[in-house]
Design a protein around this ligand. Structure first.
Ligand SMILES: [Zn+2]
Ligand SMILES: [Zn+2]
Length: 341
């Protein structure tokens, strides 16, 4: 089969590899669409300790279920060969303290498809059957491939808590920022401010109903405070992960409010700790999604409540390296690249 193999920083090649054979508890999926994730861009540049070359990345995928190992078939009589499926790419043990609490994304034994094991930048991929989900009737594989990033946004919305009629702020109009914007709107939040340095990304945020703020033209926390009676937003999401955006989120949040950190651009950064203390701001991380969040994301996509259109680009798997370079250097008017093996 064809696989897109990441071989060194900024180097990817289409290679011939043997088609994987599913283990007894695994499913084999013929990939029809697979997205490029922001975390894979840092991996591509060699900035990510989780990803070591040579590696087939790719964890946002949907496709056709073509085979099940014997134990997998016994465990999941609900899955039909030939049907469309997607996978929660963060595999989990189901037995540790966190799994028993339903927080499988924090599993002590978790593995990411496309990092710890071969991913979906290939014609076929295997996954443990317990992370496979059939797509609801009528949902295309193209939309199904958005379930993973949509689930990240659903988790953020869950952690945001009660936001009905409350102001919110999102820093970063990449796919997670754009999806979180729609989730917060769905939960009744408004206005939702959104900021991004890239004018084309910011325009996507505006087109999806966000109050667009250009950080080059305005001091974002000042504008947000002025627009909320001097208070600031109830919840601010950092979907970038830079020191400056993390600090801006604190500054734009009302006293007693919540800052959610999701972006992973910088491993560590200084935070305005005294302000966090004196204004009792809660700062918390949001990582991936629970199985319940994943199911909720699938339902929202099936109801057309979440979209990244009309800015999705479809490209052949062989052009993946070009699109990695493009997304790293100047993403422009692209919300998500979906590769087609
Ligand atoms: Zn992802
Ligand atoms: Zn576990």
């Amino acid at each position: 089969m064809h696989s897109l193999v990441w071989e060194a920083p900024r180097l990817m090649h289409l290679r011939e590899q043997p088609q994987p054979i599913p283990q007894p508890h695994e499913a084999l999926v013929r990939v029809t669409y697979v997205g490029i994730c922001g975390s894979e861009l840092s991996g591509y540049l060699g900035h990510n300790a989780l990803r070591v070359p040579p590696l087939v990345m790719g964890h946002e995928f949907a496709g056709e279920l073509v085979a099940l190992g014997p134990a997998a078939a016994a465990a999941r009589p609900d899955l039909a060969l030939g049907g469309l499926v997607t996978a929660n790419p963060l595999t989990y043990c189901g037995e540790c303290l966190w799994c028993r609490r339903g927080a499988n994304q924090l599993c002590a034994n978790r593995q990411l498809i496309g990092a710890h094991r071969p991913g979906a930048y290939a014609q076929y991929v295997t996954a443990p059957v317990n992370v496979i989900t059939a797509l609801p009737a009528g949902l295309s594989a193209r939309t199904g491939a958005l379930t993973e990033p949509a689930a990240v946004a659903v988790r953020i919305g869950e952690l945001a808590g009660s936001v009905s009629a409350e102001a919110a702020l999102i820093l970063g109009a990449g796919p997670i920022g754009l999806l979180a914007l729609q989730v917060l709107h769905h939960l009744g939040a408004g206005p939702v401010f959104i900021a991004d340095l890239d004018p084309e990304r910011l325009a996507m945020g505006a087109a999806l109903g966000g109050q667009a703020l250009d950080p080059r033209a305005a001091n974002v926390p000042q504008v947000v405070r002025a627009a909320t009676g001097g208070l600031g937003v109830v919840v601010a999401l950092d979907a970038v992960g830079a020191a400056v955006t993390r600090a801006q989120c604190v500054s734009a949040t009302r006293t007693g409010g919540l800052v959610i950190l999701s972006g992973l651009h910088e491993e560590t950064s200084a935070m305005p700790a005294a302000e966090i203390i004196r204004r009792e701001i809660t700062v918390r991380g949001s990582f991936a999604y629970t199985p319940a969040n994943f199911a909720a994301a699938l339902a929202l996509l099936a109801q057309n409540k979440l979209t990244l259109d009309p800015w999705i680009v479809e490209a052949p798997l062989a052009d993946g390296g070009h699109w990695f370079d493009r997304l790293v250097d100047a993403p422009g008017n692209v919300s998500k690249v979906l590769l087609i093996p």
